[in-house]
Design a protein around this ligand. Sequence first.
Ligand code: ADP
Ligand code: MG
Length: 350
Amino acid sequence: MFKIKTHYHINFTALLLLICLLTGCNSQSPNIKSATRDNLLGTTITISIYDNIPDSLFDTIITQCFDTINDIEARMSVNRADSEISRLNENHEGAFPVSDDIYELIKNAIQFSYHTTGAFDISVGSVMELWKQDGDFIFLPSPIDIIERLTYVGYKAISFPADNKISIPTGMKLDLGAFAKGHALEVVRGILIKNGIKHAILDFGGDIFTLGKKPDGSNYRVAIKTPIIGDNSLVCIVEVSDLSVMTSGGYERYFEQDNAYYHHILDPATGYPANNKLLSVTVISPDPIGADALSTAGFVLGLEKGMNLINELEGYEAIFITEEKEIYVTDGLHGAVTVLNEGFRKISYN
Ligand code: ADP
Ligand code: MG
């Protein structure tokens, strides 16, 4: 299975073909059923079920999955003025009531902010907004504006005045973009398990969850795209089962201005795109929410701090790819990663 996480313009036919090549779905898994939707959570989502189930059950499950993802997006997206998050962002100083899942997610986010000393910070929203026009990351703000908005960033000022109520200071805006996909993967995994599915791949624009093993008992092979703008080759493959594989990189969403590239992962300390000589960070874990948060955080922290953090935390492994074309992998992952791109070399980090 594939980890293709370029910017939005994936040739989907090519992607599916590659998925089949790697998973061997034609020869070994004749019962694989897939469904794809575009423009969900800002990406293309494909759900592939390997269990042998009737078409009618497949349709029911898929409808439930996509309806649920739609609902998550409608409530959590900062790009929708009527989402719960957007309304919370307008309701400063008050105790704003939110749904259970948003409440839990925001509490969870604050734990990750503490673990990452603020490299992961959902209160980066007011600065993020400056970099966007009509929801797209395309605009270079003035340094003065960034400095002014930075005064509203700081997860420690988020408070929980009562159950399911959140309060944020005037000017602060929350943005759940760095782990909304992880949350959606977790929820969809739950739907599949409830329906008795044991083997599946969820591909949320290159962020992956593999459910169980393949029906023949082998691991899924998730390929990671070479994290360089304009290069659509694959850099490595990682063999996994029952794990999420979440990647953050500067090549995903970016714009170019005056020969400089600006990408969408901000260092909350500066308000500018993180710049640590990393091309991408992939975090692998049974926990897709944590993996999503930590891949974003790892990209902000850089190789040394990011790797040290992952090594301290139980249940997370990582692949950090540097501008020097080195693929650093945590010990627990070493045998599972095969390099495909000859320009890169694998190094154990310990
Ligand atoms: P993607 O969603 O493309 O997979 P990420 O998971 O890394 O990539 O999330 C990036 C998104 O997270 C940005 O578009 C923005 O909404 C938000 N964000 C950017 N920088 C940070 C940060 N340092 N901490 C938390 N959220 C961030
Ligand atoms: Mg993330």
